[in-house]
Design a protein around this ligand. Sequence first.
Ligand SMILES: Nc1ncnc2c1ncn2[C@@H]1O[C@H](COP(=O)(O)OP(=O)(O)OP(=O)(O)O)[C@@H](O)[C@H]1O
Ligand SMILES: [Mg+2]
Length: 400
Amino acid sequence: MSRPENHEPPIVVQVLLVDDNAANLVAMSAAIEGAGTRVVTAASGDEALVCLLNGEFAAILMDVQMPGMDGFETAALIRGRPRAKHTPIIFLTAINQSEEHAARGYALGAVDYVFKPVAVETLRAKVAVFVDLARSRALLERQAEALREANHSLRVTADALRLANAAAAFANHELEMFNSAVAHDLRAPLRSIHGFSAALLLNHANQLDSVGREDLGRVMAAAVRMGQLIDDLLGLSHCTRSQMRFRSVDLTEIASECLTQLQSASPERCVDIRVAPGLMTQGDPRLLRVVMENLLRNAWKFTAHHPKAVIEVGKERGTGAFFVRDDGAGFDMAYANKLFMAFQRLHRLDEFEGNGIGLITVKRIVERHGGRIRGVGVPEQGATFFFTLGDGSTKELSPV
Ligand SMILES: Nc1ncnc2c1ncn2[C@@H]1O[C@H](COP(=O)(O)OP(=O)(O)OP(=O)(O)O)[C@@H](O)[C@H]1O
Ligand SMILES: [Mg+2]
């Protein structure tokens, strides 16, 4: 794997050379200059002070004996500058100077003394110490800046999350109010519609002709269907928001129970039921039962038009995803994106009854468990629904 490219500019540190002798400056520059080290030269103390206005230096090499302002005087002024207060100064001086002379230099903050003529290697080694120090400091500052930026982004993200949470809490509260309004306010008039229609049919049937009675029957059927829709919606909202209790769940057992119930409700159906043993997982048992019930009810329903059917529940070998498979009506994959949308159905109501709320409920539950779901179908050959539960025992769902 190739490393990500580093777009950080290289760190360049500067060294200031101060000497009135042009030949010395050229020789010392050649000794010090190198990758990542830039040399700035000044021919006098005044020039050195101007250079210090424009930049920061890893070290200053200063000739002591200069006409006009000498090295010591220049150093004293440099120490007065806030930006250069702690810049290391190495004095270059003639070899025959007194102890007193050196003491004066150290008092001005000299870090070293080099006696002329200077050996190139010595100069290079002495300066390298300060160049490395300055480079490490610059690197640390750069990292600190990156950390500050990362911290800032984290704070912004945390703020955004807090806002999103507050919005979600508000939305949940709104949803809660909407749900109880649906549950109580809508159900009561619905009960009246159904009840009064039934009473009308019971007590005044002879005052209505057959068309009137049929119409009233339709009103009652519509009221019942609307009641079912309200129940389904409330069920969906409950599955999405109820508290989850994780424990070990036996999907084999749940699937077998569901299929036994479906078979006993339609004993005439000829269905070959194949449930793999030992389909264990971690999750909320009540919610996972809702998942299995919906998928198996669909498998049962969409195989109803075939005289013989096979319904299979198992675990895919490669991905470890659980699946519910049937060989019934199937569906056109061109519309697969609608499978998990509320009230969306890929079959007509007169072919197969339903409200189109089962699969979205399943999807919400699977996602609450940290899993994914996917449906694959072929018209008249059947459908398979694969799902994972994010319990670590499964890999990503394989692409369609
Ligand atoms: N096993 C399946 N075989 C073929 N089509 C399916 C299968 N399962 C789901 N579908 C298609 O996906 C649609 C949505 O399924 P979903 O379970 O949400 O709704 P439904 O079964 O029609 O109604 P509900 O579950 O609310 O009673 C179905 O109407 C059907 O078109
Ligand atoms: Mg369904």
